[in-house]
Design a protein. Structure first.
Length: 255
């Protein structure tokens, strides 16, 4: 069970466990039934099996509606702390985005939502979205690609584009190694914060330059929600709206 849960969405032939534990495949099958029953009962995910001579098993993470609501309520409560706003419209979110508990919880929601997209990799732009994107990639058993703000010698030849950042109200640059993305592939875009969608548009433009495309977009916090509701492939967890009384937060009712 530990091997399965530490390697979500990875297929293992029953022969792998039979050899590992020096037992018959039939014994492994009986153990898998017990594990599947325990997972279903506890709500920690589910175990998929395939029959036949090459039958196998894999663990698929799953977050219940109740658990998802608990995670997002905790994030919302932290965002509403009086000292969270550090100047203008800027919010301090590093402690949220880099919390293993919260970033993993957000990733579980994204993994559940994007499980059927058949994407080839997860992509994000540094820096605060990396933790959530990394956990999402792990649960979907996909590679993680990180777009950099500045190029590194270790990246080799890179492709760079300029994009307009709504949160910073200025043009910025993003760069990606030419070895990172293959033509014809599909990516799940994950980001921590979206204000106007400039960085998301930049990532989509970057994918286009590589001959790849987006399979869906997940963001933890989105400023405003009117234009997002028009696009079903956008999946924010929490909306941030400004009002005369200050900034208010709302959990996405679709979750």
């Amino acid at each position: 069970m530990q091997i399965l849960t530490e390697n979500p969405n990875r297929d293992y032939p029953l022969g792998y466990f039979a050899e590992l534990f020096k037992c018959a495949k039939s014994s492994v099958s009986e153990d898998i039934k017990l594990i599947r029953s325990a997972m279903d009962t506890a709500g920690y995910g589910y175990v998929e099996t395939t029959s036949g001579s090459k039958g196998g098993v894999r663990y698929v993470p799953y977050i219940s509606d109740e658990r998802a609501l608990q995670v997002l309520t905790k994030i919302k409560t932290m965002l509403e702390e009086p000292d969270r706003q550090i100047g203008g419209d800027i919010l301090y979110t590093s402690d949220i985005m880099f919390s293993p508990e919260l970033s993993r919880g957000a990733a579980e929601i994204f993994a559940k939502h994007f499980a059927s997209t058949e994407a080839d990799f997860v992509i994000t732009v540094e820096a605060k979205g990396i933790s959530v994107a990394g956990f999402t990639a792990e649960m979907l058993h996909l590679p993680l690609v990180v777009i950099r703000r500045e190029t590194l010698v270790s990246d080799g030849p890179t492709l760079s584009i300029n994009f307009f950042s709504g949160s910073n109200d200025r043009f910025q640059k993003m760069s990606l190694s030419k070895r990172a993305v293959k033509p014809g592939t599909r990516a799940i875009i994950i980001d921590d914060y979206m204000h106007g969608g400039g960085s998301i548009k930049g990532i989509e433009d970057m994918l286009y330059e590589f001959g790849a495309r987006s399979a869906g977009v997940g963001v933890v916090i989105a400023a405003g929600k009117e234009w997002l509701e028009e696009s079903s492939d956008r999946y924010p967890l929490i909306y941030m709206n400004e009002s005369p009384d200050g900034i208010r937060f709302e959990i996405n009712p679709r979750i």
